[in-house]
Design a protein around this ligand. Structure first.
Ligand code: PMP
Length: 445
């Protein structure tokens, strides 16, 4: 949908004294002007979130304040990992910006301290990091590294995955190339593995089908896979799957690339990186979104051998790893560690899951509750035996929740999975309030 411009202010919201608009009228007039400007200057290819335009004027930890005075609880922004406008992160960025901002061809402590800190959270073989500006840039670099290291070109990905907006990554994102405006089928060099979805396909040998697909594919540069699936419907990987696909891609001469853009930095509650639960060490790990708490940055970590496979070609990203980004990234790590946000995510995730499971007892519409830590999915179905997806109902619930001041959204190939991936500074009251509102909304849908 493009931007829906509200009608001109209704006379009922004029102040009634003939002296102009009331406060509500002014707010609406401002929104109209902003939407008109968006229509003029922003491509129609960019839609607006939450089904209606929200004019957000301020962020405050897990909350967003709108121009009409509404305070929204944000349950979808996993970028603002340690909270919107977290004061420690803001201060770190401001301070560094006033001291020095240059690029990574100069020597400064910030970059090596930061890379060392990130590396210390990873398996010991992954010591070399590249700092870039977005998840797309990081995934693009990861695939280039895999191709140059292996000498192979083909790649495997999971059905419905999204890995980024660059030309190569659209080709590696079934979510995009099979979606509106996409070319439909994969390029010959892209091999798509089925979603290992234990809810919709409970009796399948997920590892077996993925291994067979990769065998058929022939030589591979790599498998690009999220350590827990996001766009594919908030799907945790079945036990043993990561290990099996790791050996399958390596048998084809390829590398295992873990995309941790959505699920990294302690969100899953038990580990800093979602892949760690599997015990498998990927060849390349890609980090993004939460890494800078909203500051545009991302990273690729790998082994020294893979990192030096460009055959003499230089690597340089003008902004990647600049001192301001490093200071911000460091501050994000400080907050995660000092406030023990990883175990907080675990505690709150369990509280959420217990509540959602009891809502499932009462409301037939909930077919499945899944996820780890603060990365959860609630799959809506019209019928628990046929699993007929309840996409309309799911988005109706999301809209109703928004009207109650709670921001959620839907995902999954059938658009029927409500996703929960809030800033990690959420509290118990936020969880309980969400469950209470969800119970009410489910009762009237
Ligand atoms: N990988 C995953 C799993 C993502 O969800 C995204 C963004 N939604 C990206 C990569 C691309 O990141 P960016 O938008 O920062 O380029």
């Amino acid at each position: 949908p493009v931007f829906l411009i509200p009608e001109a202010p209704d006379p009922s919201i004029m102040d009634g004294h003939g002296s102009g608009l009331s406060v509500a009228g002014v707010v609406m007039e401002e929104l109209r002007n902003l939407l008109e400007a968006r229509n003029r200057h922003i491509s129609k290819a960019l839609s607006i979130a939450h089904g209606k335009p929200l004019h957000i004027v301020r962020g405050e930890m897990q909350y967003l304040h709108a121009s009409d005075g509404t305070k929204y609880l944000d349950l979808v922004n996993n970028v603002s990992h340690v909270g919107h406008c977290n004061p420690h992160v803001v201060e770190a960025g401001q301070k560094q910006m006033a001291i020095l901002n240059t690029n990574s061809r100069y020597v400064y402590g910030g970059i090596t301290d930061y890379l060392g800190r990130l590396s210390s959270t990873l398996p010991e073989s992954l010591t070399v990091g590249f700092l870039v500006n977005s998840g797309s840039e990081a995934n693009e670099l990861a695939v280039r590294l895999a191709r140059s290291f292996t000498g192979n070109h083909d790649m495997a990905v999971i059905e419905s995955a999204y890995h980024g907006h660059t030309g190569m990554l659209i080709d590696l994102s079934p979510y995009k190339f099979r979606g509106p405006g996409g070319h439909g089928s994969p390029e010959a060099w892209v091999h798509v593995l089925p979603i290992p979805d234990t809810y919709r396909r409970p009796t399948i040998d997920y590892s077996g089908e993925a291994m067979e697909e990769m065998k058929q594919a022939g030589p591979l540069a790599g498998l690009l896979i999220e350590s827990m699936l996001s766009c594919a419907g908030q799907v945790p990987l079945p036990s043993g799957y990561f290990a099996d696909v790791a050996s399958a891609v390596r048998n084809q001469g390829g590398l295992l690339i873990a995309d941790e853009v959505q699920v990294g930095f302690g969100r899953v509650g038990t580990h800093m990186w979602a892949f760690q639960e599997s015990g498998i060490v990927p060849d390349i790990v890609v980090m993004g979104k939460p890494i800078g708490n909203g500051h545009p940055m991302a990273a690729v970590f790998t082994t020294p051998e893979i990192a030096s496979s460009f055959g003499g070609m230089e690597f340089f990203s003008t902004f990647g790893g600049n001192p301001v980004s490093c200071a911000i990234g460091m501050a994000v790590m400080d907050v995660i560690e000092k406030e023990d946000l990883m175990s907080h995510a675990h505690t709150l995730g369990e509280r959420f899951k217990t509540g959602l499971n009891s809502l499932m007892q009462e409301h037939e519409l909930i077919g499945d509750v899944r996820g780890r830590g603060l990365f959860l999915g609630v799959e809506m179905v019209k019928d628990r035996s046929t699993l007929e997806p309840a996409a309309t109902e799911a988005s109706e619930i999301v809209d109703k929740m928004r009207d109650q001041g709670v921001l959620l959204s839907t995902d999954g190939p059938l658009h029927n999975v409500i996703k929960i991936k809030p800033p990690m500074v959420l509290n118990h009251e936020d969880v309980d309030r969400t469950l209470f509102e969800l119970d009410n909304c489910l009762s009237v849908v």
